[in-house]
Design a protein around this ligand. Structure first.
Ligand code: CA
Length: 515
């Protein structure tokens, strides 16, 4: 544009030059000022049912709730492949896993694909990502990146120029690094992806929250002792049970014995702590572990203890994430950036919080399929509004591009959520979401052994095909929200089954999933 202006101006006097350039530069500044900044607060394994704005029965998340009170909460928000690396690749590309290459945590990402980060960067946004990455290629489309490596305390950060050390809990160091970068780029427009990891296993909470919930009993889910009798998905052989598959030192913070790979990993995590951190850690867990040793629990009592120990550390980690949301928003307000900055809160996927007796994710069942999604866009989203449409993580990239008015490529599977954010309901919105979990794990003690599956979820029903097992499940979520009654072979469900099977294969064809 500036070249064209210069060539036309060659024929006019100098005063005209000054006036025209003043007009062009002022217009560019106004255009930039109107482009909203985008802050994506992205957490790891943070389940919808551990967010009080979503009705959590087990914790309170005041800062996330405040965001929901000022913005829009998506009540039917899902993922397409409930596992860390694939969800991040989908967030970037707007594509389901089979199309972006990152089908599992170890698969190869197709780095040449369009992403929202590349588009915003090309449109003049300053772009950065801080924290967990977990995609098989290095960040692309980001002016700056600092990727967390190692455990929660005093993690290293890999950048394009080398590895940097840090002191503190990763939730706090990721937040602070992000805010320092925003401070430098505050003239905007900027997009920052704040990618937290703390609610991911092994649930090492920030020191300030180590004693939260200590004297409370967290309510147990009704199916903590699920016997999987209604399931033919291989649920019984999956290794993610709270009763037997949490590792004593690694997951439950019991004393390290030095036996086994995960026990040694727990030992190296403790070794990363400063003397001060370690002292606070031992003061918190030491007496509780001594009491546990005296109790000599077995059977259901041991499962209940495991649940309390697991869920409390998970929720303490979530409390740190909620602090981060508050800190980011306070910073934006303090720097007069709050009125022109969109803040998004979402997690890569959901998680089992003792539901079906499990921890972890992977399954297409509700607890891991759902993910929180809250958007505050000042002057656009109606306070305390909700959107009931079926939305999915493939919609994120088109939405982030659409926010400043960029068009997403037609090749992306997702659709922009901007019309919903503006209070409109687009015609012909999808009536089903697609899912495909396709990670093959080694058959060892530390693998979770979830059979590969694909399926669809409509407003009311869910149909899943476990193709390695050649088994199907069908649930009517209106009468069976806990998915305990498989209706696939129920004669009364024959017609809905036939309709859903057709709809599933139509969706596979639409998205080109032949895997
Ligand atoms: Ca995750």
């Amino acid at each position: 544009m500036t070249h064209k202006v210069a060539s036309v101006l060659g024929r006019f006097p100098i005063r005209t030059h000054v006036l025209v350039w003043f007009f062009v530069l002022t217009s560019l500044c106004i255009l930039n000022a109107k482009q909203p900044n985008i802050v994506i607060i992205y957490t790891d394994d943070h389940a919808q049912h551990a967010v009080s704005a979503y009705g959590s029965q087990i914790n309170s998340t005041p800062n996330i709730d405040a965001l929901a009170r000022e913005g829009m909460r998506f009540t039917q928000s899902f993922v397409g492949n409930s596992i860390c690396g694939p969800c991040r690749a989908t967030l970037l590309t707007g594509l389901h896993s089979h199309a972006n290459g990152q089908t599992s945590n170890r698969a190869k990402f197709r780095d040449e694909l369009p992403t929202f980060a590349k588009s915003l960067q090309a449109a003049g946004y300053a772009t950065a990502v801080f924290g967990k990455w977990h995609i098989s290629t290095k960040p692309n489309g980001f002016d700056y990146w600092a990727i967390k490596k190692g455990s929660s305390f005093n993690a290293n950060f890999e950048t394009s120029t080398g590895v940097e050390t840090s002191v503190g809990h990763c939730t706090d160091t990721i937040t602070q690094r992000s805010l320092d970068w925003i401070e430098e780029k505050k003239d905007g427009p900027f997009m920052v992806w704040i990618s937290h990891s703390a609610s991911h296993r092994t649930w090492e909470p920030p020191i300030r929250h180590l004693n939260k919930y200590t004297n409370q009993i967290i309510p147990e889910p009704g199916d903590l002792f699920d016997n999987y009798s209604g399931k033919n998905s291989g649920a019984k052989t999956a290794q993610m049970r709270v009763s037997r598959d949490l590792f004593p030192a690694y997951d439950l913070k019991l004393p390290v014995t030095g036996e086994g790979i995960l026990d040694r990993a727990a030992s190296s995590q403790l070794a990363k702590m400063t003397l001060e951190q370690r002292s606070a850690w031992d003061q918190a867990f030491g007496p509780r572990n001594a009491k546990f040793a005296q109790l000599k629990l077995e059977g259901d009592d041991l499962t209940r203890w495991n649940y309390q120990r697991y869920i409390k550390n998970y929720l303490r980690s979530v409390a740190g994430l909620d602090d981060s949301v508050g800190k980011v928003r306070e910073f934006l307000e303090g720097h007069a950036l709050d009125q022109n900055t969109i803040v998004i809160y979402t997690s890569d996927q959901g998680f089992f919080l003792g539901d079906h007796g499990w921890y972890d994710k992977r399954w297409m069942y509700e607890e891991s399929l759902r993910t929180p999604l809250i958007v505050h866009w000042p002057g656009v989203t109606e306070p305390s509004s909700t959107c009931e449409a079926l939305v999915q993580n493939v919609d994120m990239a088109p939405t982030f591009m659409h926010m400043p008015g960029l068009d997403a490529p037609a090749s992306m599977h997702g659709e922009s959520l901007v019309p919903f954010l503006r209070g409109k309901s687009p015609d012909n919105w999808r009536d089903a979401i697609y899912y495909h979990y396709q990670m093959v794990e080694p058959a060892n003690r530390t693998a979770h052994r979830v059979a590969r599956h694909y399926g669809i979820r409509t407003r009311r029903h869910k149909l899943i095909f476990f193709y390695d097992l050649k088994t199907w499940e069908l649930y009517d979520l209106a009468i069976d929200p806990d998915e305990s009654l498989n209706l696939y072979n129920d004669p009364g469900s024959a017609s809905i089954k036939a309709r859903l099977v057709k709809q599933l294969y139509d969706l596979r064809s639409k998205y080109g999933d032949r895997m």
